[in-house]
Write a protein that binds this ligand. Structure first.
Ligand SMILES: Cc1cc2nc3c(=O)[nH]c(=O)nc-3n(C[C@H](O)[C@H](O)[C@H](O)COP(=O)(O)O)c2cc1C
Length: 218
């Protein structure tokens, strides 16, 4: 059918997933998803390399990946970030009540023990790159999320997950330098197969309609 194909279908299928099965993701799938991220467009590096007797400018690809599966490390991440997330939403209670209410609905939907930062996802992928390379790194993240869809996985870009600077153990474990920034992180997992009635209702309530694109043709 003209107007659609597998890539377009994947793009349309992608939506933030915040309810996951507690089922591990095979390592080869995680690696393939990361390889897809790594193939994102990249500026060229100034370094030249010899290839077949010719000098070539290499792809910069300044990003790297940290995959978090360890439950203890996830707990450490959650305990560091949750107070910041919670404070942020408390602050919105008066200024942007709609956003506060949304956060409350997410909380109502999530299962115990509630994790409103990473949604108890089995895998968290930290995309780490130079602060100066936000465009390239954002493209990496989108590749990851679209590749995830192609394996039947759900994902969510969880900006709160980057708020780890106050915990030096975490900074060290991620080997985060002053020049680097966290993009994402992105949580990954198999979407919950049978959400209960309340969860289905809240998912429907939270689903926001996408705007039509604004286009000017010249
Ligand atoms: C920069 C950025 C940060 C985000 N941070 C969070 C987050 O911390 N927690 C969360 O649940 N969703 C987060 N999201 C996901 C958005 O809420 C989501 O993409 C948006 O509501 C549109 O829904 P969709 O992804 O289903 O199309 C973030 C998205 C972006 C682009």
């Amino acid at each position: 059918m003209i107007g659609t194909n597998l890539v377009i279908e994947n793009i349309k299928k992608r939506q933030s997933v915040r309810l996951f099965e507690q089922k591990p993701i095979p390592k080869n799938i995680i690696n393939t998803i990361i390889e897809a991220g790594n193939l994102a467009p990249s500026t060229g590096d100034m370094k030249e390399v010899e290839e077949g007797g010719k000098k070539k400018i290499i792809n910069y690809q300044p990003w790297r990946f940290v995959v978090v599966e360890d439950p203890e490390f996830k707990q450490k991440l959650f305990q560091t970030i949750e107070p910041l997330r919670s404070n942020f939403y408390q602050g919105l209670k008066k200024t942007v009540p709609e956003m506060y209410e949304q956060a409350m609905k997410l909380s109502e939907m999530s299962e115990e023990p509630k994790d409103l930062v990473f949604y108890s996802a089995p895998v968290i992928i930290y995309v780490i790159g130079p602060a100066s390379n936000s465009i390239g790194c954002a493209m990496v993240c989108e590749n990851i999320m679209l590749a995830a869809v192609s394996f039947g996985l759900g994902s969510c870009y969880v900006g709160f997950g980057a708020l780890i600077k106050s915990n030096t153990d975490i900074v060290q474990a991620l080997e985060l330098t002053d020049k680097e920034r966290i993009y994402g992180p992105i949580v990954l997992g198999y979407p919950k197969v049978n959400p209960n009635k309340k969860q289905v209702r809240i998912l429907e309530e939270l689903r926001s309609k996408k705007k039509e694109p604004t286009i000017k043709w010249i």
